[in-house]
Design a protein around this ligand. Structure first.
Ligand SMILES: [Zn+2]
Length: 261
């Protein structure tokens, strides 16, 4: 009974990644949406693009993963940082980011986000391109999407996810360059295997009812050495962002990334 209302009632929130709407919902898509609602995801946290369902965790949600979310997972630790099962191969040294679609504030923020990663001395360097793949071990393409958030996905086959979508709503003057840098850094974080730091209770950063994203079909593995304490503003990988974000990694983000890579 939620189905039509849900798909048509989707609204965008500045506090939530991954909003937008599409009316081409298949039966599987509808079950995924129903499962997400039952799992506690707010309606404005769910979007459907080209038949693929995204949530605030801004990775695509499979039917199996949505069913898994209905299972209560109490094994996840209290509040550290988490990665997906799959990671980028440590032998992959250059991840190119095709920023040809980004201009103005988005372009500036993309450069700053790439610098965030490159300042950490990880096993990979990110290199901005305009489409050339010369010297690239893998390429992530930056796109402008609808909404006021972002979406991306998780690694597979030792390679990062190949796309980040950044909502055009962030072009509003409401959002400073630092906030956009935060969102881009966050989405790139998913591409290299970072889960939400508060995945086990999204209300920490998003407010509202406590919602556990579960393993999401991609795993939620504690990163050794990450300090406890998921807090508002405590990680660039929190589920929801604020307009006052700095656009920089926190100390726990640095620990997480330098431990993985
Ligand atoms: Zn996210």
């Amino acid at each position: 009974m939620f189905r039509t209302a849900l798909v048509f009632a989707v609204t965008c929130s500045a506090l939530s990644f991954g909003c937008g709407a599409d009316r081409n919902a298949s039966e599987d898509t509808q079950e995924i949406i129903d499962n997400l609602v039952q799992a506690g995801f707010p309606a404005d946290d769910i979007m459907v693009v080209d038949g693929i369902v995204y949530t605030g965790r801004d990775g695509a949600v499979s039917l199996a993963a949505s069913r898994e979310m209905l299972e209560v997972d109490t094994s996840a630790g209290p509040d550290e940082q988490y990665r997906t099962t799959n990671l980028v191969s440590r032998t992959l040294t250059t991840i190119c980011v095709n920023g040809a679609a980004f201009t103005g504030k988005f372009s500036t923020a993309l450069n700053a986000a790439i610098t965030n990663y490159n300042n950490l001395g990880l096993t990979f360097q990110m290199r901005r391109t305009s489409g050339s793949t010369t010297g690239c071990g893998a390429t992530i393409t930056a796109r402008v999407s609808s909404g006021t958030g972002g979406s991306s996905g998780f690694p597979s086959g030792g390679r990062p996810f190949n796309t980040i979508n950044i909502g055009s709503g962030l072009q509003s003057a409401t959002f400073g360059t630092n906030t956009v840098t935060h969102v881009i850094t966050h989405e790139l974080g998913h591409c290299v295997g970072m889960r939400h730091s508060d995945f086990f209770n999204r209300s920490i950063s998003c407010g509202g009812a406590a919602t556990n994203e579960g393993s999401g079909g991609v795993g939620a593995i504690l990163i050794p050495g990450t300090p406890s304490g998921a807090t508002v503003g405590g990680s660039v990988m929190n589920s929801c962002f604020r307009t006052v974000e700095t656009g920089r990694f926190t100390s726990t983000d640095v620990t997480a990334l330098t431990t993985l890579y």
